[in-house]
Design a protein around this ligand. Structure first.
Ligand code: THU
Length: 133
């Protein structure tokens, strides 16, 4: 599964705008995510931190929650883009990869260690994801 250039730009732009809305007073790392669903709709999310640090929610899971809230439990993910205000490397954490795996095998876009744009299917980022079936 691949995405076209227009969709790629649209998702990265939406993720960058979402990063501006992040609540990240503790890390000062403002992250945004944009997900494209099988229904063709884009939802965004940002990280929301807390004084009790383990309660922080990442941008990716925040966007996925917004998508499920709107489309219901049948929501499927086609693509996920992640961005941050500094445009520094930002690979989705393990918890977010596992959460994405619940909803399909989306293309995942993010800035890699060499500042290059990484675009990989989730199944390559998280092989052997945990499943109950
Ligand atoms: N964070 C995300 O929102 N997404 C990621 O992919 C990695 C980390 C957030 C969590 C926390 O608020 C901050 O970045 C620093 O770890």
């Amino acid at each position: 599964m691949t995405i076209d250039e227009v969709t790629r730009r649209r998702l990265l732009q939406a993720a960058t705008e979402a990063a501006d809305r992040a609540y990240a007073p503790y890390s000062d790392f403002h992250v945004g995510a944009a997900v494209l669903t099988d229904a063709g709709v884009v939802y965004t999310g940002c990280n929301v931190e807390n004084a009790s640090s383990p309660l922080a929610i990442c941008a990716e899971r925040s966007a996925i929650a917004a998508a499920v809230n709107d489309e219901g439990p049948g929501m499927g993910l086609r693509a996920v883009a992640v961005a941050n205000a500094e445009e520094s490397p930002c690979s989705p954490c393990g918890a977010c990869r596992q959460t994405m795996a619940e909803f399909g095998d989306p293309v995942v876009l993010f800035t890699g260690e060499d500042d290059d744009l990484v675009e990989l299917p989730l199944s390559e980022l998280l092989p052997h994801s945990f499943r109950l079936d």
